[in-house]
Design a protein around this ligand. Structure first.
Ligand code: NAD
Length: 433
């Protein structure tokens, strides 16, 4: 494991290992991705020229079931990044007790530079390149950063063309009309909301007295901001890649979402829009947002936002990781020393993959659930696993991140060990002597 992102991601295993009783074999298995595929995707551009895009798909571990994980379209996508994201997916699926292993995929590009037709040819080209690596019982892609339901629909359609049969369960996060699940779009934020509510109740904190800053105002960030706003929390700051806004009296999140939907940046809301006059506000950078003195900080943008460089500046009491990997392992140590409790991504943002699992179940059974049923089932799962991790953390006096990995490692280790351990092979079988 020479790669830096995966090596950093897997440092947590050493911490969690002290509190589990699984075989060394199981830990050894989990240090390495099971299969990593790198492909070149040829795309005919609108002007007739040909471009080749690098793409990746990693199946990290399938001991607990077919692998599951999103596809990211971003200029920074590398094999190393995809492997570390697949590692997190493995643990996330185990935390939620889903019958899935972990995977991830990506294409290195800036999707904003492609026309819609180029994007469709690229998405279908990606599936052509990885078709033998995925399948409803092998590996099931889903949306991630800069991919959406429309792209998932193209991918499912392309896979169905290749297999010459309709295969809705090969991809989740599809449009509702192509077998998508109600509630999938908001699921990541909804799951995070259920976890935050559960934890705040344990801490006896009232929403109206709890201030929140949210970094990232995309699918996950904007919806969690709105859910918390509607539940009475005071959202004092939000940001996107262009920068953020801060109002100690609280922001009107639904109006900001309306402006964002008309594809303007968050700053534009306050510089040009009528919301400017509603509350006093300041424009601030993402670094300033992260350092605000708030009760809850929600990083919901991209990875490595809180690192050893800025962890000392963080003043929030609780961090709920809606993004994947927003806090580096070095920063974790600094935050722990400052008594800042970090609620980890593999629990907090697991609502997305949980409703993806519900979508896969609905596709395979052919019976579709109401939005109310989806959200009820999601709430049950999020609260149950949040409570278990909370108990592990209390029992061993360890941070919630370590506790979440202990919880997942116990489930993964049990499954890996069921296939045979060193003891099993070296000690005579009492029944078959
Ligand atoms: P998205 O593309 O919809 O939104 C990303 C947001 O982050 C945008 O508002 C963008 O402007 C902002 N952003 C990008 N770079 C930034 C920076 N440097 N500083 C501040 N803001 C920045 O993506 P999303 O689906 O909301 O995903 C956000 C995070 O949540 C990612 O880490 C993703 O892996 C994670 N996540 C998403 C889902 C899901 O179902 N959408 C599920 C699990 C985890």
């Amino acid at each position: 494991m020479s790669s830096s992102l995966l090596a950093d991601a897997s440092k947590i295993l050493a911490k969690a290992m002290k509190y589990v009783s699984i075989s060394e074999d199981a830990i050894e298995y989990l240090k390495y991705p099971q299969a990593s595929l790198a492909v070149s995707i040829p795309v005919r551009m609108d002007d007739g020229s040909l471009k080749i895009f690098p793409g990746y798909r990693v199946r990290y571990d399938d001991t607990r079931g077919p692998t599951k994980g999103g596809v990211r379209f971003h200029p920074n996508v590398t094999m190393d990044e995809v492997q570390s994201l697949a590692f997190w997916m493995t643990f996330k699926c185990a935390v939620l007790n889903l019958p899935f292993g972990g995977a991830k995929g990506g294409i290195t590009l800036n999707p904003k530079t492609l026309s819609r037709m180029e994007l469709e040819r690229l998405s279908r080209g990606y599936v052509n390149a990885i078709a033998d690596f995925i399948g409803p019982d092998i590996d099931i892609p889903a949306p991630d950063v800069y991919t959406n339901a429309m792209i998932m629909g193209w991918m499912m359609d392309q896979y169905s063309i290749i297999r010459r049969q309709i295969c809705p369960a090969v991809v989740t996060g599809k449009p509702i009309t192509m077998g998508g699940s109600l509630g999938r779009e908001a699921a990541t934020a909804m799951g995070a909301f259920f976890t935050i509510e559960d934890i705040m109740a344990k801490l006896d904190r009232k929403p109206a007295e709890t201030t929140v800053a949210v970094q990232g105002f995309g699918n996950a960030g904007a919806i969690i901001a709105e859910l918390l706003f509607k539940a009475g929390y005071k959202i004092v700051a939000v940001s996107d890649s262009q920068g953020g806004i801060y109002a100690p009296a609280g922001l009107d999140i639904p109006s900001i979402r309306q402006y964002k939907l008309s594809s303007k940046g968050i700053k534009a809301v306050y510089c040009e829009g009528s919301v400017c006059s509603i509350v006093e506000h300041e424009v601030l950078t993402n670094q300033e947002l992260l350092a605000l003195d708030v009760d809850i900080l929600v990083p919901a943008a991209i990875e490595n936002q809180i690192t050893a460089y800025n962890a000392d500046d963080i003043k929030a009491k609780y961090i709920f990781e809606v993004a994947n990997g927003p806090v580096s392992s070095d920063a974790d140590t600094i935050l722990e020393a400052k008594n800042i409790e970090v609620f980890p991504d593999i629990l907090v943002n697991a609502g997305g993959v949980t409703v993806s699992y519900f979508e896969w179940v609905q596709n395979r059974s052919g019976l579709y659930w109401s939005l109310q049923e989806v959200n009820q089932r999601l709430r049950l799962k999020m609260v149950e696993e949040t409570d278990r991790i909370w108990q592990i953390a209390q029992e061993h006096s360890i941070p919630m991140r370590t506790a979440a990995y202990v919880h997942a490692l116990n489930r993964l280790g049990e499954a890996i060990d069921a296939k045979g351990t060193r003891d099993y092979y070296t000690n005579p079988d009492p029944h078959h002597g």
